[in-house]
Design a protein around this ligand. Sequence first.
Ligand SMILES: [Zn+2]
Length: 253
Amino acid sequence: MEQERTNRNCPLWGTETCARLNMRACRGCPAEDKDARECNDIREDVDTFYRLLPEEGIAALFTDEMCTLCKGEQKGKRESWGLFDMGHADPRERKKKLSLFRSKTYGFVAPLQFGCCRDCRRRYQLLGLLPTLTTIVILGGTLLIVAQEPVAQSLRNVWRGLPLVVMALAAGISYILGKALVKVLRDRFNQRTYMDLKDHPMVQRMASLGWESILDGKYPQPVFTRKRLTYGVGTAEPEAPEEKISSDGENLD
Ligand SMILES: [Zn+2]
């Protein structure tokens, strides 16, 4: 990929940190117009971030041509990415005093980008839509029936408030049914797709290193996109093996 990193005066130009920052251009880079000392701080930040990541890195999630959310041997072809952020406290920060009012903050955020096939994406999207769909069908259907004057009339003949009670019942039923359907379908989809990201090997590996999901909730959903994040820390593709050998060589000098 052709990148415009043209500022050779930058203390970080051409270094591993520059590659890891993975900015499209020097303009807009965190190191833009920074002096050597500030650039050193940036380098330390980036190094700390990489030390916290699994040794093998997170790039395989987005470079793999096949789906990384499929379970089992047979994987679908990647056609989008599911974005999912995990956060980690800054290990260099001294522990703050316990405060009831301190909201949770993360020193580092790792953008996980799960390469995803069409089927896995659709399973996630269907589950997300299901509660709304159930409500529309059941509540809408009930309303259509109750709104018919003969039906409304016969309900009112029993008791004046009965049409309202029927609608309230329909709302309750659609809520409960929506939840039940989601559960049944999630269990079914879960045989083919990692529907609970906490079960995914990479998320478990990250969790064992102190990373956690930034999203609350039992089943945090990835955000699907056709174009993955291609710049910023954590988005760089791993170096080709030859480059690695030469940079290792330089380090030995
Ligand atoms: Zn898949």
